[in-house]
Write a protein that binds this ligand. Structure first.
Ligand SMILES: Nc1ccn([C@@H]2O[C@H](COP(=O)(O)OP(=O)(O)OP(=O)(O)O)[C@@H](O)[C@H]2O)c(=O)n1
Ligand SMILES: C[C@](O)(CO)[C@H](O)COP(=O)(O)O
Length: 231
């Protein structure tokens, strides 16, 4: 069986300064999107057959030409993203033809340095029978719930909290069902599955899979890339 992957890459990158769509920002001479695509292709055990990238509307053709050299024998589609991340994922999902695909990964372009073994953990968990899988790391800060006035409501027990990364993996029919209803502020795809009452399994994530969100994250990305090149 084979894997399909969706990369939502149509965000504005406002928290990064908004000068350009975040996926097009460069680290080490390549865009975050190219790094993310290379990362997925490096996980050779997942047999990536189809890659659908949701890009800013109007850039579909240009991005297809730019990404084609990196995808090997995988089928590549570039579709227009939507207003919210969930809209972009839904647009991409429409292009995926399920026969022969047993796992659909959804992976942020904003997480460009995910190691292959982490991607494989997600796919192998789906192949072992899970319907929805998220990679996670323990949180290292104390997390508090606050009200609209900024007053602390309570402090959830830290040992029960994890930070969630991507790629997230799904059985294809479940992901379609999850995206067939209203997204109502869902910030990841697993949340839509949770709302259906589906059990979401966790696997170990990676510190390298951090999300580039604010300007300092670009400095960390440069440092990580330099460290990898020096190995
Ligand atoms: N309408 C959107 C919004 C986000 N994304 C993608 O979803 C991933 C996670 O989103 P985020 O990190 O929030 O990116 P931005 O929306 O670009 O960031 P910001 O909220 O700072 O504008 C990114 O790869 C982003 O390109 C998308 O495809 N379509
Ligand atoms: C999907 C995600 O990366 C999981 O942590 C995250 O929810 C995306 O959030 P963002 O605000 O769209 O960056």
């Amino acid at each position: 069986m084979s894997t399909a992957a969706i990369i939502p890459a149509a965000g504005l990158g406002l928290r990064l300064g908004g000068e350009a769509p975040k996926a097009f920002r460069e680290v080490g001479g390549d865009s975050l999107l190219v790094h993310a695509v290379r990362g997925l292709l490096a996980a050779s055990a997942i047999d990536l057959r189809c890659l659908v990238v949701a890009v800013p509307a109007g850039t579909e053709q240009d991005m297809h030409a730019r990404l084609e050299p990196f995808v090997g024998s995988a089928e590549l589609h570039c579709v227009a993203g939507g207003k919210e991340r969930t809209d972009s994922v839904r647009n991409a999902l429409e292009v995926i033809d399920a026969p022969g695909i047993d796992c659909v990964l959804v992976h942020d372009a904003a997480r460009p340095f995910v190691p292959p073994d982490m991607i494989e953990r997600v796919v192998f968990a789906i192949r072992a029978g899970a319907s929805a899988v998220v990679p996670v790391l323990p949180v290292t800060d104390t997390i508090k719930r606050v009200d609209a006035d900024g007053k602390v409501v309570d402090t959830p027990e830290r040992s029960s909290l994890v930070a969630v990364q991507t790629p997230q993996g799904f059985e294809p029919g479940l992901l379609r069902k999850a995206h067939s209803g209203p997204a109502d502020g869902a910030t990841d795809d697993a949340m839509l599955c949770e709302r259906l009452g589906v059990t979401v399994q966790t696997v170990l994530g990676s510190e390298d899979a951090f999300k580039i969100t604010r300007p300092r994250d670009l400095l960390l990305a440069e440092a990580l890339l330099n460290e990898r090149q020096a190995r």
